[in-house]
Ligand binder design. Structure first.
Ligand SMILES: [Zn+2]
Length: 410
């Protein structure tokens, strides 16, 4: 199976599918169409049914049930786009067989080295087959490892009709990295009771708690006057911006928090005397604390409005996604079965809250409870990204096992 996984994965990563926040189209970039069309052909070739690629680049297919039992329809999802943080153009995957635990020179000329000194978790991958970059691009294991795993699992089930399962739906989706993954996802057409995104990192990851998330844009308008005659007249917008930041608790920021600790994060600040713009994100797993954070933030704006005038400071605050836990806990079996699938394969499930969101955070609120499982990848979104083929194989087995368990328990 390893060769099959390597062939699929390396062919997918060679297609540049980097998404683009500034684009108005869905998918945001034409490269995503290229890969989606490739996957559409492949779904046909392996014998999947009801293959549909809609006008927004959502590719869905069915593996029909091969049991008479009444099994809930489950789905598996992965996204075809890659991160905006780093280039995904001309990816040249390097295959390292039987990794010996030493430094991996990704690029001799540019002296880019993937070293256990910087990435101690590499020690766990001794004797694994690894796929890395050539040091000049990201790899795109996020999330093409998930695409390859779902495809390989479906192909395996099609070749092994003795493994009984209910109806399984798969979907390959665009633009996850720009937060738009689920925006045009047709939940009714997908028509599954539960789904899993195969979009996690290292072996064993099983996630069903995400942040509650909001984004805020602050615009501060000052008044510029010649510095020589500014006394009592100049209003300095950048200094008001600094005053705003100082109202927020300094230690409630990403660089000081972990686990279930929420934060305010200043994403960007740009300004001068006349005008300053600040972008923030607000995150908390807890619904009430999330609400309190938004109120605290809004109050900090009001304080400045009282001091400098309401017209000087304006705030736009919008919710982005919510903690999927609320929608998944009532259907706990979706997590329990994934847990059992991993355990029965000798994989220790790592159940930890995501300090971020997944497509599942939005899908769960659209009526499709969707936890997230591992792909086997590490260091997503940069040149040090790599994936263990051995753990990709385990992800394939987990998908097969989940399908089996739903049938057995029906
Ligand atoms: Zn991803």
């Amino acid at each position: 199976m390893k060769k099959e996984i390597i062939d699929r994965f390396t062919s997918y990563v060679k297609v540049d599918t980097q998404s683009d926040e500034s684009s108005e189209t869905t998918p945001s970039t034409p490269g995503q169409w290229t890969l989606l069309h490739m996957l559409e052909e492949e779904l046909k070739a392996i014998g999947m049914q009801d293959i549909q690629l809609d006008e927004n680049g959502y590719l869905m297919a069915t593996l029909p049930a091969n049991t008479t039992k009444d099994v809930p329809v489950i789905g598996f999802l992965a996204h075809v786009d890659t991160a905006t943080d780093f280039t995904g153009k001309n990816v040249q995957p390097q295959i390292i067989e039987n990794y010996d635990g030493s430094d991996i020179v990704l690029n001799e000329a540019l002296s880019v080295v993937l070293s256990p000194n910087d990435f101690p978790e590499l020690a766990q991958y001794k004797n694994h087959t690894l796929i890395t970059t050539d040091g000049t691009t990201l790899l795109g294991a996020d999330n093409k490892a998930g695409v390859a795993e779902i495809m390989t699992a479906m192909h395996y089930l099609l070749r092994h009709p003795e493994i009984k399962h209910g109806k399984i739906r798969v979907a390959f989706t665009p633009d996850e990295e720009i937060g738009k993954g689920p925006h045009k996802f047709d939940v009714a057409a997908f028509n599954a009771k539960f789904a899993y995104t195969v979009d996690g990192g290292p072996l064993g990851e099983l996630q069903y708690e995400s942040f509650n998330a909001a984004g805020a844009q602050l615009t501060i308008r000052g008044k510029n006057v010649h510095p020589g005659s500014a006394k009592g007249k100049m209003i300095h917008s950048a200094k008001i911006a600094m005053e705003f930041q100082h109202q927020l608790p300094a230690d409630e920021a990403p660089e000081y928090t972990e686990g279930y600790e929420g934060f305010y994060h200043l994403l960007s600040i740009e300004g001068d005397v006349e005008k300053t713009e600040m972008h923030y994100i607000i995150r908390d797993h807890d619904k009430e604390k999330f609400q309190e954070r938004k109120e605290f933030f809004t109050q900090a704006v009001k304080n400045l409005q009282e001091k400098y005038g309401a017209e000087r400071v304006s705030l736009e605050l919008n919710d982005q996604y919510y903690n999927m836990k609320e929608k998944i806990e009532p259907v706990r079996e979706v997590v329990d079965i994934a847990h059992e699938a991993m355990s029965s394969l000798g994989i220790t499930p790592i159940v930890e809250p995501i300090r971020g969101g997944t497509d599942g955070s939005q899908l769960s609120y659209m009526g499709l409870p969707t936890p997230n499982i591992f792909t086997g990848g590490e260091n997503f979104h940069g040149r040090f990204e790599y994936v263990s083929v051995d753990n990709m194989e385990k992800a394939v087995q987990v998908i097969v096992e989940i399908a089996k368990l739903f049938e057995e328990k029906a």
